[in-house]
Every structure is written in structure tokens, then in C-alpha cells.
Design a protein around this ligand. Structure first.
Ligand SMILES: [Zn+2]
Ligand SMILES: [Zn+2]
Length: 245
């Protein structure tokens, strides 16, 4: 029902604003060059990461930083995953784009961001030897109130763009976790401990799994999801996020 409502809202939107940028609302008459749902400015901004990123945790790093063993944020810490990709830092207009995906009518934009991710980072992600792609699940209540899981939409389009297997139900969120306000890494890890479970049909033994989420803040949630997948037998876990805070 909610999906139908979302689809309806999207189609109405297309009818009313057939060439409006899904991020900044620039219209066809604004000489903004709106194509496929994005104006020129937004397209360039979300497809160009202005900074180098740590290959281990996707944090922004300085131009000459040695990231062989990670960056100053992650070096020496057990992240739970082996490698991380991002579309960009959590700055405008990606920030607005992600916030907009969190509404019922945002699924079209989430799909678009997933496709864009595949176009921009496809070669690098493929080189990581991914076997299957899975989203970080929302708690069922949050998914129900939002109408869909934006990370699942991004993951689905990313997998399709890369021609990789998509496993939307690889993980289940079995525990509602309060907002991550804990001050230390240990406390945050404790907060999300046991939040996920792999489904019985999960077939990940010896495989490399790409876990997809919209935003990575501290990395604790993705770390716990990655540990859960690894405990089910995955060989490597790589993560991909639209934005890194
Ligand atoms: Zn725009
Ligand atoms: Zn790092």
C-alpha cells in the first residue's frame, strides 16, 4: 500500500514537474540543464568527490596522506569491514539528496543515487571482487513508517548497475538501536551489538559481500553488520555508502 502510494506520489511529481531536479528543484525553465532527474550543477557535484578518501574507512584524508594501513581516524582500530567506498563526503548537495530519500516519495531519488554510484565508482568496486550486494536493513518499524528502506533502493540499483547478485534479505535487524550518542567507540559498538542476524538462507561462506548504507557516521552500525556477515562465513566484507560524515 505504501509502495503504491510512493509510486503514485512519484508519478504525480513527474507529471507536474517533468524536468525538475530531484535534489534542488531547479526546473527546465531555469537553464539548469535538467536531465534524468538532476540539474547540471547537482549532477557534477554528486558525481565528483572533491577529496581523496581513506580506502579503509572512506573518511576524507589530506592529498598526501599515506593510507596504506588506513587514515588517522581508523588506523589500528578493528572496523569490522575490510574496505570502504563512498560517493562523496556528507556535504551539499549530497546531504540534501540523502535527506530527501528519507520521505515516502524519495525512492526515485534513492534509485537514481544508486545508479549514479554504479556509474561513478563501478570500476573500483568491481575490482574489490564482490560476489553479492546487500543493504543494511532498517528495523521493521522504521521501514514501515518510512514506506521503504532507502539503503535497499541504493543497493538494488548499485547491484544492477554492476551486474552483481543482489541479496536484499541477507541481514535482518532484530533489535531497535537507540540513536548513536555514545561518546566512545567501545560504547557505540556495545550499543549495536546483536542488532543484526543473517537469514537462514544466507549463502556467504567464502564470499566477498558488499554492504550498502546511505550514510556512515561512526562506522559502528556498518561494523556490526559486517561482523554478522563474517560470522556467517563471509571471507571479506566491503562497504559502500553514499556519504561519509
Ligand atoms: Zn539540482
Ligand atoms: Zn580510514
Amino acid at each position: 500500500m505504501r509502495r503504491i502510494a510512493a509510486e503514485f506520489a512519484r508519478n504525480i511529481g513527474r507529471l507536474l514537474y517533468p524536468q525538475t531536479c530531484l535534489i534542488c528543484d531547479a526546473g527546465a525553465g531555469d537553464s539548469a540543464g535538467v536531465r534524468h532527474g538532476l540539474c547540471n550543477g547537482c549532477k557534477v557535484a554528486v558525481t565528483t568527490d572533491p577529496f581523496p578518501a581513506c580506502p579503509r574507512c572512506a573518511h576524507t584524508v589530506g592529498p598526501h596522506t599515506d593510507t596504506t594501513h588506513g587514515c588517522t581516524e581508523c588506523r589500528g582500530t578493528a572496523l569490522g569491514f575490510d574496505q570502504a567506498f563512498r560517493l562523496g563526503p556528507y556535504d551539499e548537495p549530497l546531504r540534501t539528496a540523502i535527506l530527501r530519500t528519507k520521505s515516502l516519495a524519495g525512492e526515485g531519488l534513492a534509485d537514481l543515487l544508486g545508479r549514479t554510484f554504479a556509474e561513478c565508482r563501478g570500476d573500483a568496486i568491481r575490482a574489490a571482487g564482490i560476489d553479492l550486494v546487500a543493504p543494511v536493513p532498517l528495523h521493521w518499524w522504521r521501514k514501515w513508517t518510512r514506506g521503504y528502506n532507502q539503503s535497499e533502493a541504493v543497493a538494488r540499483e548499485l547491484a544492477a548497475g554492476l551486474g552483481l547478485a543482489f541479496a536484499p534479505r541477507l541481514l535482518r535487524r532484530v533489535r531497535w538501536t537507540p540513536q548513536q550518542v555514545q561518546p566512545t567507540r567501545e560504547a557505540r559498538r556495545e550499543n549495536v551489538k546483536g542488532a543484526f542476524r543473517t537469514t537462514r538462507r544466507a549463502r556467504v561462506i567464502g564470499r566477498t559481500v558488499l554492504l550498502v548504507d546511505d550514510v556512515m557516521t561512526t562506522g559502528s552500525t556498518l561494523g556490526e553488520a559486517a561482523r554478522t556477515v563474517r560470522a556467517a562465513g563471509a571471507d571479506r566484507v566491503v562497504v559502500a555508502v553514499l556519504a561519509r560524515k
